[in-house]
Design a protein around this ligand. Structure first.
Ligand code: TRP
Length: 333
């Protein structure tokens, strides 16, 4: 009964391993904002995931709090959602250890992201980088999440999470809800401005727009955005990836359809189009940047949000984790 009546639960997170970008906003956070009324949402700042590659401690600390301010400035309401910092809820680490004992070495070896990241960080391939998908499974299963909004690159991790949950449920008795990856159709996939074949990444400063970039920086980045040798503003992902990406950004920023945007720039070249995209993004990000700055000046408020979030999350997490401890045979105390 209770299950039928309750709203479906959503869990998602972003690593504070860099500044949030226009890609994180248009591809993820904007969707989270749309989901906050219909679902029970838990949005996490996954600092424990971030340390799978080396981080500067002062920057990690600053970014974790800044990311919370930016979540709120983007429209996530701390009254409606549980928002917290992963390391404040030690149950994640504990469940991760337990689930690691129900995960095969072979499964982790097959993870595409592990293969990529271990190439990028060949001098520092840690056990944490390897077992990262287990921690992610713990994040999701700890809260019995039904849906996990993620980019396509994270789908494999959610599938592994389901496999682990299913295995655990099979060995013991039904314990974990099997989560579904939730890849919203509307979620815009924003590509790098300098290299439109690749996803916009926070580690590529020139190809990405940060939420906190000034209007001048935003205009400069769009001015240098890669296009092609034609002049027509037309959506054609195959042959015109740069222009198509700019059109996607323009539409996401203004709410216009592709047809409307193409018609608007018909007969005009990139010299008109690129500054127009830049202006649309400047206006989109202006209130987000200003609100983030205002919130960052109010550390006490941010602290109250993440403390309350951690308390709520701990309560839910502990309830599930205590069942898991019992099932695997740990002595209650
Ligand atoms: N691994 C995700 C990423 O890098 C972040 C993440 C960690 C996450 N835990 C999660 C996403 C749980 C969804 C659910 O993008």
């Amino acid at each position: 009964m209770e299950n039928q009546e309750r709203k479906k639960r959503i869990f998602s997170g972003i690593q504070p391993s860099g500044e949030l970008t226009l890609g994180s906003y248009m591809g993820a956070i904007k969707n989270w904002v749309n989901l906050q009324d219909a679902y029970e949402c838990i949005y996490c700042i996954v600092d424990m995931h971030a340390i799978t590659v080396r981080q500067d401690p002062a920057q990690l600390r600053r970014r974790s709090v800044e990311q919370l301010a930016q979540y709120i400035a983007c429209g996530l309401d701390p009254q409606k959602n549980i928002m917290f910092i992963q390391s404040h809820v030690p149950q994640h680490a504990e469940l991760s250890w337990i689930l690691g004992c129900y995960t095969q070495f072979g499964e982790l070896s097959r993870m595409t992201q592990f293969k990529q990241k271990s190439q990028q960080h060949a001098d520092n391939i840690t056990a944490g980088l390897f077992t990262y998908p287990v921690l992610m499974a713990a994040d999701i299963l700890l809260y019995q999440a039904d849906l996990v909004p993620v980019g396509a690159d994270q789908k494999q991790h959610v599938e592994l999470c389901r496999d682990i949950a299913q295995r655990f449920n099979g060995v013991y008795s039904p314990t974990f809800t099997l989560p579904e990856p939730f890849i919203p159709k509307m979620g815009a996939r924003i590509m790098s401005l300098g290299n439109p074949e690749n996803k916009m990444s926070k580690s590529d400063p020139d190809g990405c727009v940060y939420l906190m970039d000034s209007p001048e920086e935003i205009r400069r980045k769009f001015k240098r955005a890669v296009t092609d040798s034609e002049t027509a503003v037309r959506f054609d992902k195959e042959n015109k990836p740069g222009v198509s990406n700019l059109l996607t950004i323009y539409c996401a920023a203004t709410g216009k359809t592709l047809e409307e945007a193409e018609a608007e720039f018909a007969g005009q070249g990139y010299g008109v189009f690129k500054p127009a995209v830049a202006d649309a993004v400047v206006e989109l990000l202006r209130p987000i940047r200003e609100e983030s700055q205002r919130l960052m000046a109010d550390k006490a408020y941010l602290q109250s949000v993440y403390q309350e979030g951690a308390q709520k999350a701990q309560r839910l997490a502990e309830k599930n984790l205590s069942k898991v401890r019992r099932k695997v045979g740990f002595v209650a105390w």
